[in-house]
Ligand binder design. Structure first.
Ligand code: 13P
Length: 252
């Protein structure tokens, strides 16, 4: 099986100010060389990406964005930010299809796939988010929902895509699925990718996201098929995010 370098990504969402960018250097001071075994990524709000990339210079911390336009050509799209602009500002990754964008901004899997395609065309690695709601889990529809999102949101070709499994009900709260439940859904994601891409699916990193923190990170990283994490609240403070990164066996 292809070796997959773990990716531990912080999604700052609509939090932070310029002053928060000092957390990037502080993070690197805490994790330093130990992080060589993992990719450590911070996705600040888009207006801070250039400054964040500057702050990350000379460190191993990677910078990413939280969303991008599906439109690839420079054009009249007031308020939109293209993947090419994010790459130009110093981003290497971009989150697409986060459940907050799917639910609060009405994004469909078809739109998410076009955003992921735009990211790939600009040389960015898209982190395609999928995950079921609480009602869908209660109704026993996890595999159907997550499998469908993977089928419809991941672009053809699958080159360099990361998938993040984030159960909607586990985001921003305190409950997480059990390690067995996480492993089960990760197997669904990889199985769905394998239906489309065969052995190449083995190269795709699949992250878990939803209430990951310093206390539960090591247990989640040990789950079968988990290649890292997408972290919200606990990525805002360098001390917490460093503890999560250092909880990964590859960062020892
Ligand atoms: P929390 O880690 O705050 O639950 O957020 C998870 C998330 O949505 C990351 O994208």
């Amino acid at each position: 099986m292809a070796a997959r370098k773990p990716l531990i990504a912080g999604n700052w969402k609509m939090f932070g100010r310029q002053a928060s960018l000092s957390e990037i250097k502080a993070l690197w001071e805490s994790v330093g060389r130990a992080a060589g075994g993992v990719d450590a990524l911070i996705c600040p709000p888009a207006c801070y990406i250039g400054q964040a990339a500057w702050a990350a210079k000379g460190t191993g911390v990677l910078i990413g964005a939280q969303d991008c336009s599906a439109v690839q050509d420079d054009s009249a799209r007031t308020g939109e930010i293209s993947a090419a602009m994010l790459a130009d500002a110093g981003a290497r990754y971009v989150i697409v299809g986060h459940s907050e964008r799917r639910s609060l901004h009405g994004e469909s899997s078809e739109l998410v796939r076009r955003k992921a395609e735009a990211a790939l065309a600009a040389g960015l690695t898209p982190i395609v988010c999928v995950g079921e709601t609480e009602a869908e889990r209660t109704a026993g529809r996890v595999a159907e929902v997550v499998g469908g999102q993977v089928r419809d949101s991941v672009p053809d070709g699958n080159a360099g895509v990361v998938v993040a499994y984030e159960p909607v009900w586990a985001i921003g709260g305190s409950s997480t699925p059990t390690v067995a439940e996480i492993a089960e859904v990760h197997a669904v994601v990889r199985g769905t990718l394998a239906e489309r891409f065969g052995d190449r699916a083995n190269a795709t990193r699949i992250l878990y996201g939803g209430s990951v923190g310093p206390k539960n990170a090591a247990e989640i990283f040990a789950a079968e098929g988990v290649d890292g994490a997408l972290v919200g609240r606990a990525s805002l403070k360098a001390a917490d995010f460093a503890a999560i990164i250092l909880g990964h066996p590859a960062a020892k």
